[in-house]
Design a protein around this ligand. Structure first.
Ligand SMILES: C[S@@+](CC[C@H](N)C(=O)[O-])C[C@H]1O[C@@H](n2cnc3c(N)ncnc32)[C@H](O)[C@@H]1O
Length: 470
């Protein structure tokens, strides 16, 4: 079946791609071997080059594309194939939505033994380009060279400001135009790169931890506000002031011009001081007439328009009457809690990150919302029987955990609490299915609706309504 090219390469010819896996790769078969093929689309017929082979499955890349699937479209971004983002842009958006829905159904059926016959159609994203409100770019003095760079007969700059190349922590793909965030995002990034190059400010070396410029974070809000955060590796004040003054003059519309000096080896800014160079230390988002303060470290759903749709579905699934006590678990900056506050008697939000809880409280105050309470801590430690005795048994629980899903103790507490309804919002249908299976003794799945927050990626959000059995 396979022919081995001298030395190293194993090619399997004429593989028919029949499906797409949850991780986003095309799926084909050669005899009993299941092959996950990068960038292959159902309907393609390909020769594949094996990259890794286990007993029952293999991972491969396309060697030759013989027949193109009808679902293929021309990728719109020149960085497609190298950049780690937007990996599905070679498939029509309709096809992406179809496979996302199918993957949700497959996970719920396989891992949760859930009847998905009543699943509601996936909601596509309002925007499928320029839909993100936040991007983080990395500086590097080790630019990843694309084929086009190598073919150019000229010297090129090895500095890059862009995104990590998949599986390469030290190599950065220089980005000229990113289709994920609206202007002035591209203009700011390119202006920062040019200024730094012209003024000899060094780009970070991710291996040796040397160089001045580490990261650039740009936030844009639905209200038109803009935040720039430049992360430096050491406080060379003349360079810092030079770049920040340049940005202030070049982009006078920026509402929050901030910087951080991060001298640690790791990139996280959560333990670092944020310095306001000009303007405010935050911008505002707005949803359904509610304003949210967004600081440099705040969590906010990255697709603002689609977050609004997701929250409306959550509210619709809960079908509030007005007198409910609601627990909003994994509340982040209290966005869902504040969003639904006017529809219920009281909301209690619980979240791990203390600064997010501060934001949640601030946002309630900012909007004159007085029926919310927020608590910071690990869900499994906070959600105790004493907590429930103190705050009351909820009528509705909204839970929106991270990709890992809920801790088994939290699921157990939900079973003990016996809220009439649980609305489970998830960004990982596999862990959601696992949790739903654990809740099965007491809860029926009443509604299921996937929502696409991240076009051109394999990621998908899924909302499930559970009802307490009668
Ligand atoms: C998917 S986000 C949901 C955010 C929020 N519901 C929203 O829509 O903006 C998951 C949240 O769970 C929090 N989290 C993760 N592990 C946690 C834990 N063990 N206990 C409490 N919160 C946790 C994260 O900090 C994050 O804010």
């Amino acid at each position: 079946m396979s022919r081995k090219k001298p030395g190293v390469i194993t090619i399997i010819p004429n593989v028919h791609i029949i499906d797409i896996a949850e991780e986003g790769k095309g799926v084909g078969k050669a005899d009993e071997l299941v092959i996950f093929v990068d960038k292959a689309v159902p309907g393609d017929v390909v020769d594949v080059r094996l990259m890794k082979k286990k007993k029952n499955f293999a991972e491969a890349i396309i060697d030759t594309l013989h027949e193109k699937s009808d679902l293929r479209v021309e990728p719109f971004c020149p960085h497609f194939g190298t950049c780690g983002g937007c990996k599905w842009q070679h498939m029509s958006y309709e096809a992406q939505l179809k496979f996302k829905q199918k993957n949700v159904e497959a996970a719920l059926q396989r891992l949760g033994k859930i009847d998905t016959s009543g699943i509601e159609p996936i909601l596509g994203s309002v925007k499928n380009r320029y839909y993100r409100n936040k991007l983080e770019f990395t500086f590097s003095n080790k630019r990843w060279l694309e084929k086009i760079d190598m073919e150019r007969d000229e010297e090129f700059d090895m500095n890059a400001l862009g995104f990590h190349v998949p599986l390469r922590f030290d190599k950065i793909l220089d980005i000229d135009h990113c289709y994920l965030q609206e202007e002035p995002s591209n203009s700011i990034r390119n202006a920062v790169r040019n200024y730094a190059t012209e003024n000899n400010i060094s780009f970070y070396d991710l291996r040796n931890h040397e160089g001045a410029l580490r990261n650039l974070i740009i936030r844009t809000s639905s209200t038109g506000e803009v935040m720039i955060v430049v992360v430096f590796a050491y406080p060379e004040q003349e360079q810092v002031d030079g770049l920040m003054n340049f940005l202030k003059a070049e982009f006078p519309q920026v509402n929050a011009l901030l910087y951080i000096v991060n001298q640690k080896k790791n990139d996280t800014i959560f333990d670092q001081e944020v310095i306001t160079f000009a303007g405010r230390d935050h911008i505002f988002e707005e949803m359904d007439g509610i304003r949210f303060k967004i600081g440099a470290k705040s969590f906010y759903q990255t697709n603002s328009d689609q977050a609004f749709e997701l929250y409306k579905i959550t509210r619709d699934f809960a079908d509030f009457k007005g007198d409910e006590l609601v627990y909003d678990l994994y509340t982040g900056a209290g966005t869902i809690a504040n969003f639904i506050a006017k529809n219920v008697k009281q909301v209690i939000g619980v979240e791990y990150v203390p600064t997010a809880i501060e934001d949640a409280k601030f946002n309630s105050e900012l909007n004159g919302i007085s029926n919310t309470q927020f608590y910071a801590g690990d869900m499994k430690d906070i959600l105790t029987s004493e907590f429930i005795a103190t705050h009351g048994k909820p009528d509705v629980v909204i839970t929106d955990p991270p990709r890992a899903g809920m801790h088994a103790d939290v699921v157990q507490r939900l079973l003990e609490m016996e809220a009439e309804k649980i609305v489970y919002v998830s960004c990982n249908a596999a862990t959601q299915a696992r949790d739903l299976e654990l809740l099965k003794d007491k809860y029926d799945v009443a509604r299921i609706k996937p929502v696409d927050m991240f076009p051109h990626t394999q990621h998908v959000e899924n909302v499930v309504l559970l009802r307490l059995k009668g």
